[in-house]
Design a protein around this ligand. Structure first.
Ligand SMILES: *Cc1c(COP(=O)(O)O)cnc(C)c1O
Length: 354
C-alpha cells in the first residue's frame, strides 16, 4: 500500500476513516442537525467568518461553477496563473457568461496593480481568484488583491482556498471576501467529494436576484437550509462525520500551531530541494507553504525517480500538472504530516536519488 504526498487528494488518517464509518443517520432530523451544527464553529474559525459555512456534496468545481452562476450578472474577471485559475475562465465561457481575464505566466503571481487597472476599465461585477495555485505552487498576495477588489464596491470577490484552507490564514470577513470555498480532499485531509463554502451578505443579496441559478447549487437554497442546520439535498453524511473529526483535531492542535507546522514541514522540503540543487518553480515571496513545486532538472529522470520511490518506499509524489507535467514535480505537506513523516519521505527520496 502506498502513501500519497501528491497535492490532492492527500493521505487520509485511519482515525478519519474510522469516523466516517459511523452508522448512517437520516438527514432530516435532530441527529443530523446536531452534526451539521457541530461543524460550524470550527469552519467559521478557520475561514475567519461569522457567516454560515455551507456543505456542498461535490468537488470544488461544483461551487466554483456555482459562484459564477449565482453571482455574475454583468461580467467576470478571472485572475489566471495556472491550471485551476485558467480553467475558471474556460468555465465562465462555457456558461455563456461575459468573461475577461488577466493571464499571468504559470509560475508567476497575480499583480494587484494589474487587477486595479483591469477593473478600472469598468463593467465587471465579479472576480475569481485562486489563493494557492496547486498546479504551480504559487501563493498570491490575498490581502493585497482583496484590498484592490474591495475598492470597487459593485465587484464581488470569490476566492478558492482548496489547497490553503487551514494551512495558512484566510480571514474571509477581514479581507471582505464574498465567497470562500475549499474542497476537502486537499488541505483538510478528507477523501474527495465534499466542498465547504461561505457567502457574504452581499453575495447572498446578489444571488437572490440572479436568474437561472438552477437548484443543486443555488446559494439561496443553501442559505435557507443552513438556518435549520441542513443542506438542500441529501449530503454525503459520511463526509460530514469525517469533517467533524478533522475539525476536532484542528481545534486540539490550535490554528496557529497548525499554520506553524505547515510552514516548518514545507521548509524541510525546500531545504531538501536546495541540497539537491532543485529550483523552485514559484518565485521567492510567492511560494506556497502547503506544497512545493520544483523544476525538473535535466539530470533527473523524473519518471524513474517517482517509480522507484513508489515501488521501494511506497511514497507517491506528483510529476507535474497540465502543460508543465514532466517539467515540474510537486510534493505536498498538507493535512496531517509531521516532521517525522516528512523526514521519512526525505530519507526515502534521498535513498532513491543515491
Ligand atoms: C484541486 C483543485 C481544484 C479542483 O478541485 P476538484 O475537487 O477537482 O473540483 C480547484 N482549485 C484548486 C486550487 C485545486 O487545488
Amino acid at each position: 500500500m502506498s502513501k500519497l504526498f501528491i497535492p490532492g487528494p492527500i493521505d487520509v488518517s485511519k482515525e478519519t476513516y474510522a469516523a466516517m464509518c459511523r452508522p448512517m443517520i437520516g438527514h432530516r432530523g435532530a441527529e443530523f442537525e446536531a452534526l451539521y451544527a457541530s461543524t460550524q464553529p470550527g469552519l467559521q474559525e478557520i475561514a475567519g467568518t461569522t457567516r454560515p459555512v455551507f456543505l456542498s456534496t461535490s468537488s470544488a468545481w461544483g461551487v466554483m461553477e456555482a459562484s459564477l452562476r449565482n453571482l455574475c450578472a454583468k461580467k467576470v474577471l478571472n485572475l489566471c496563473n495556472g491550471a485551476f485559475s485558467d480553467k475558471w475562465f474556460d468555465v465562465a465561457k462555457k456558461l455563456g457568461l461575459e468573461a475577461d481575464k488577466i493571464q499571468a505566466e504559470w509560475g508567476e503571481t497575480i499583480d494587484p496593480e494589474a487587477v486595479r487597472q483591469k477593473l478600472e476599465e469598468g463593467g465587471f461585477d465579479l472576480v475569481t481568484l485562486i489563493h494557492n495555485e496547486t498546479s504551480t505552487g504559487v501563493m498570491v498576495d490575498l490581502e493585497a488583491i482583496a484590498k484592490v477588489v474591495k475598492s470597487f464596491p459593485d465587484v464581488l470577490l470569490v476566492v478558492d482556498t482548496v489547497s490553503s484552507f487551514s494551512a495558512v490564514p484566510t480571514p474571509m470577513d477581514a479581507l471582505g471576501i464574498d465567497v470562500l470555498l475549499a474542497g476537502v480532499q486537499k488541505a483538510l485531509a478528507l477523501p474527495p467529494g465534499l466542498t465547504i463554502f461561505a457567502c457574504s451578505e452581499a453575495a447572498i443579496e446578489r444571488a437572490k436576484v440572479q436568474p437561472n441559478r438552477g437548484y443543486y447549487f443555488d446559494f439561496i437554497e443553501f442559505a435557507k437550509n443552513a438556518e435549520k442546520n441542513n443542506t438542500p439535498s441529501t449530503p454525503s453524511i459520511s463526509h460530514i462525520f469525517g469533517l467533524q473529526h478533522i475539525l476536532e483535531e484542528i481545534h486540539k492542535e490550535g490554528l496557529e500551531a497548525r499554520f506553524a507546522r505547515h510552514r516548518s514541514n514545507n521548509q524541510l522540503i525546500h531545504e531538501w530541494g536546495a541540497r539537491h540543487g532543485f529550483e523552485n518553480f514559484a518565485p521567492e515571496g510567492h511560494q506556497s507553504v502547503s506544497l512545493t513545486c520544483f523544476k525538473t532538472p535535466e539530470s533527473l529522470d523524473l519518471s524513474d525517480f517517482m517509480k522507484e520511490l513508489k515501488s521501494k518506499h511506497g511514497f507517491v509524489i506528483n510529476g507535474g500538472y497540465g502543460k508543465i507535467k514532466g517539467l515540474t514535480f510537486r510534493i505536498s505537506n498538507m493535512g496531517n504530516e509531521t516532521t517525522e513523516t516528512m523526514q521519512e519521505l526525505i530519507t526515502a527520496m534521498d535513498d532513491v536519488l543515491g
